[in-house]
Design a protein around this ligand. Structure first.
Ligand SMILES: NC(=O)c1ccc[n+]([C@@H]2O[C@H](COP(=O)([O-])OP(=O)(O)OC[C@H]3O[C@@H](n4cnc5c(N)ncnc54)[C@H](OP(=O)(O)O)[C@@H]3O)[C@@H](O)[C@H]2O)c1
Length: 255
C-alpha cells in the first residue's frame, strides 16, 4: 500500500468531452498518472491540442471524434481505442452541454430534450457500451461521471441542466449497486469552473458577482482543481468507493 495506488499505469481511459475545459484537464492528469488516454469529442481540432499536450508530457494518446448522442459513433470510438491500445479500463463521462439560462416557463421542449440527450442519455449510452465490453472480457472497470453541484442542488434558471445532472447522479448510484463488484461507478459534482461553459456567466458582471457571493472560496475553480478527484476515483486508491458523489465546489453546496 502506498502512493502507487494512485497510479493509472497500464490503464486505458476514454474521456468524453476531453477536448477542452474539465475533460481536457482530466485527460492530461490521467496521462500524467500513467494512463493511455483517448479524449473524444465532436470537433477534431480541439482534440488534437489535448493529444499534443499529453504527448509533449511523454504520455500516449490518440484523438477520436465521437458524438455521445450517436450510438454508432460511440461504438466506433470504443472499437478504435481497443484496436490501438487494447481494452478500455476507465470511462470518464464528461461531455456536457447547458445552452439555456432562463425561467423554465419559457423553456421549449426541444431544448430540454437536447440537454437530456447529451448530459443524461449520452452518458448512459457510453456507460452501457463500456459495460458490455467489460462483461465480454469478464474483467473489471471504472466509470467516473462528471455531474455537477446542479445534480445535488436546484439551480434556478438552469432547470433542464440541473434536472439532467440529477439524472446522472441517480444513474451513478443505481449503476454502482447494479454493476458491483465488477464496475465501480462514481460521480464528480464540480461547482463553478473557469471554462468555455461558464464564459457567459463570468462575462455578465451582476450574475458573476451574485454567484461569487454564494461560493465560500470566492472564486471559480481552474479545471485542474477538479481533475485530481477524477484520477483518484479511477485509481486503485478508490477500490472501495462506488456510488459516491464527490463534490468539489469551493464550499458552494455546504452553505
Ligand atoms: N464549467 C463548470 O462550471 C462545470 C461545473 C459543473 C459541472 N460541469 C460539467 O463538466 C463537464 C465539462 O464541462 P466544461 O466546463 O469543461 O465544458 P466545455 O468547456 O464546454 O467542454 C465540453 C466538452 O464536451 C464536448 N461535447 C459537447 N457535446 C458533446 C457531444 N454531443 N458528444 C461528445 N462531446 C461533446 C465538447 O467538445 P465538442 O463541442 O467538440 O463536442 C467539449 O470537449 C460537463 O458535463 C459539465 O456539465 C461543468
Amino acid at each position: 500500500m502506498g502512493l502507487e495506488r494512485f497510479s493509472l499505469e497500464g490503464s486505458v481511459a476514454v474521456v468524453t468531452g476531453g477536448s477542452r475545459g474539465i475533460g481536457e484537464a482530466i485527460a492530461v492528469e490521467m496521462a500524467e498518472a500513467g494512463a493511455t488516454v483517448v479524449p473524444v469529442a465532436r470537433s477534431a481540432d480541439d482534440l488534437d491540442e489535448t493529444v499534443g499536450r499529453i504527448e509533449s508530457a511523454g504520455g500516449e494518446a490518440i484523438a477520436c471524434t465521437m458524438d455521445v448522442t450517436d450510438a454508432e459513433s460511440v461504438a466506433a470510438a470504443f472499437d478504435r481505442t481497443e484496436a490501438e491500445f487494447g481494452p478500455v479500463d476507465v470511462l470518464v463521462n464528461n461531455a456536457g452541454t447547458n445552452p439555456y439560462f432562463g425561467n423554465a416557463r419559457k423553456l421549449d421542449i426541444d431544448t430540454w430534450e437536447h440537454i437530456f440527450a447529451v448530459n443524461a442519455t449520452g452518458a448512459f449510452r457510453c456507460a452501457r457500451e463500456f459495460a458490455r465490453r467489460i462483461d465480454e472480457r469478464e474483467e473489471t472497470g471504472v466509470v467516473v461521471n462528471v455531474a455537477s453541484v446542479g445534480g445535488v442542488l436546484g439551480l434556478p434558471y438552469q432547470t433542464p441542466y440541473s434536472a439532467s445532472k440529477h439524472a446522472m447522479v441517480g444513474m451513478t448510484r443505481t449503476l454502482a449497486i447494479e454493476w458491483a463488484p465488477d464496475i465501480r461507478v462514481n460521480a464528480l459534482a464540480p461547482g463553478y469552473v473557469k471554462t468555455e461553459f461558464t464564459k457567459g456567466v463570468r462575462e455578465n458582471e451582476s450574475i458573476h458577482e451574485d454567484l461569487l457571493a454564494e461560493i465560500p472560496q470566492d472564486r471559480f475553480a481552474d479545471p485542474e482543481e477538479i481533475a485530481g478527484a477524477a484520477v483518484y476515483l479511477a485509481s486503485d486508491a478508490a477500490t472501495y468507493a462506488t456510488g459516491e458523489i464527490h463534490v468539489v465546489d469551493g464550499g458552494y453546496a455546504s452553505k
